[in-house]
Design a protein. Structure first.
Length: 230
């Protein structure tokens, strides 16, 4: 495994996701212009299908790293389908929001990469423990909220609203998602130094993709909340 090899595979996965996102993005806007009512039903299978396939692929990769070369491209394309539809929905409500979210995501990626390479941020054991614990807490909160919603219960509405509490919560989540990039950088660097098998380049690229997808969605939600307060 090498850092350059992982970077190349990450770029490849990003291109796959971008291509798939363009498909659902253009399809969504074309259908909205023709018939807004029919658009949702026509695009939903691609969006939710992509989300489900992406989730299944991600879970399998986490437990079977050796399958990453085959499943990481599938994950990227599935997430692209999901993100394209979701992004088009946000863009129709808040014109210009997607380019802002994309810029924020990759701007954060490059800034943290520079900070990591310069030594300003290091993934110490305490740092890793704190970020993993915070990420787990957020994941648990989202899971509880989702399950409760299935049964008609609305929990933590202030956290997901457009008020100051909701915006503050989103800022914290964006920060935690961004710092997960540092964990990804550290894994890739350490794995390359140890000379682990070549297939783990795909796993490292997959891990970066997961974090970037999460970061993008959280920035998108934060921008939507800010737009709602105008």
């Amino acid at each position: 495994m090498t850092i350059n090899g992982t970077a190349q595979k990450t770029f490849f996965l990003l291109m796959l996701a971008f291509g798939a996102a363009c498909f659902t993005w253009s399809r969504t806007f074309r259908l909205v212009e023709a018939d807004p009512t029919a658009a949702v039903g026509s695009v939903a299978p691609w969006v939710f299908g992509g989300a489900i396939v992406g989730l299944v692929a991600a879970v399998v990769i986490c437990f079977k790293h050796t399958w990453a070369p085959a499943l990481a491209p599938i994950y990227a394309m599935a997430e692209g389908l999901f993100l394209g539809g979701i992004s088009a929905g946000f863009e129709s409500q808040y014109p210009g929001i997607v380019i802002q979210a994309v810029g924020g995501t990759f701007g954060t990626l490059f800034c943290l990469l520079l900070a990591y390479q310069s030594g300003l941020i290091r993934a110490t054991e305490n740092f890793k423990l704190g970020i993993v614990a915070a990420t787990g807490g957020i994941a648990l909160l989202y899971l509880v909220t989702f399950v409760a919603g299935l049964f008609g219960f609305q929990l933590f509405t202030s956290l997901f609203g457009s008020g100051l509490i909701g915006i503050g919560f989103s800022v914290v989540v964006v920060g935690i998602a961004a710092l997960n990039l540092v964990l990804d950088f550290d894994f890739i660097e350490q794995a390359a130094e140890r000379g682990v098998p070549k297939y783990l380049e795909w796993y490292g690229a997959f891990a970066l993709m997961v974090t970037l997808v999460w970061l993008y969605l959280e920035i998108l939600r934060l921008l939507a909340k800010l737009n709602n307060r105008r």
